[in-house]
Design a protein around this ligand. Structure first.
Ligand SMILES: Nc1ncnc2c1ncn2[C@@H]1O[C@H](COP(=O)(O)OP(=O)(O)OP(=O)(O)O)[C@@H](O)[C@H]1O
Length: 325
């Protein structure tokens, strides 16, 4: 088997430029079959553009991409037969019932009537909507609509299900329910889930992550690998004299620290070892100490120099890309 056939998604130097503004630059991805792969990046990073190219909705301006072994430009129909897509915005017809919405979609894709009856029932069951199958979508909550969209994405038994920001705008409980369904789905059907997100909690559900910023992948790995690579804990100390504590951290330990309203904050390789040492040597009372292991936000900061919550001040330019390549 070639690398292209082995991978659910493979891209080689893939790029997209809108006018002269680059949105995705030199993207090389190799997503193994059967994993949950997350594309993590802030607003405007190029996630939707990438997913649109992979789903044949947008033509790349550079490089190549293969989904299920098929070329997205040369074999768009073969790619479409192998994928399901859950859009960022809801695209459901609110006047149809859940069952009608799925039957309509099955018909569009040419699923035979008898088979579609069975498949639709199975999909509604899979996402826990059987009891509401004859209610109009208009009456559904945001979470129910998302589950119905996931069911719709699965109707044609795709090899790869693309989900653009699958739980954006949903409350934490609903997010948990959606993820339970997605995990079960992957286990039962062995399909590849390829999702975009700017939610750190959502990224934690992925087997592998690519962190994208300004149209380029900065780093790739499992959430645990990426965090281990940062290898720095955040320590928060509350002391009787924070200004003095900052000075001591700098002078005795050679570390940078800053004092803020919640105490003295610093980053150190082994927080659990640092705290007792600091308490023993500081000579000022330490009221409390908290050690937090690295988060995916720290990973993002480590690789991009900013937090994932910081927006770009303007669109990316060719010069920005040139500077970073
Ligand atoms: N149709 C378009 N025409 C021109 N520029 C576009 C178009 N679509 C996206 N862009 C630009 O391309 C860049 C990447 O946008 P994209 O929507 O892919 O980002 P994203 O990571 O999906 O963001 P979000 O999380 O907000 O959905 C942005 O600078 C955006 O303004």
């Amino acid at each position: 088997m070639t690398v292209v056939e082995e991978c659910a998604v493979r891209t080689v130097d893939l790029g997209k430029t809108y006018g002269d503004a680059p949105a995705v630059v030199g993207l090389d991805l190799a997503v193994p079959r059967g994993v949950t792969f997350g594309f993590l990046g802030p607003n405007g990073a190029g996630k939707t553009t990438t997913i649109s190219m992979l789903c044949t909705l947008l033509r790349p301006t550079a490089g190549r991409a293969f989904v299920g072994g098929c070329d997205v430009v040369a074999e768009p129909h073969a790619v479409r037969e192998r994928i399901g897509l859950v859009f960022q915005e809801t695209t459901l017809d609110l006047d149809l019932t859940a069952r009608e919405a799925l039957r309509f979609h099955a018909e569009l894709f040419g699923v035979p009537w008898r088979e579609s009856r069975r498949t639709v029932a199975a999909m509604l069951d899979l996402v826990g909507l059987t009891a509401c199958r004859d209610r109009p979508v208009r009456e559904f909550s945001g979470g129910m609509r998302r589950r119905l969209e996931i069911a719709r994405g699965l109707l044609t038994a795709p090899q790869v299900l693309f989900l653009d920001e699958p739980t954006t705008g949903l409350d934490p409980q609903t997010r948990t329910v959606i993820w339970e369904h997605l995990h079960r789905l992957r286990e039962e059907r062995g399909i590849t889930l390829f999702l975009t997100t700017h939610h750190l909690e959502e990224a934690e559900h992925c087997d592998r992550l690519a962190i994208i910023d300004d149209g380029q992948v900065e780093v790739e790995g499992s959430p645990a690998e990426l965090k281990a690579e940062v290898a720095r804990d955040t320590v928060l100390l509350r002391t009787r004299d924070d200004a003095d504590a900052v000075r001591l951290v700098r002078e005795r330990f050679g570390l940078e620290a800053s004092a803020g309203p919640d105490g003295v904050r610093l980053s150190v390789a082994d927080g659990a070892a640092f705290v007792p040492k600091f308490c023993a040597e500081a000579g000022i009372p330490v009221l409390s100490a908290t050690v937090t292991p690295p988060s995916l936000d720290d990973v993002f900061l480590h690789h991009t120099g900013r937090t994932i919550r910081t927006e770009r001040s303007g669109p990316l330019t060719v010069d920005d890309v040139g500077r970073r390549r």
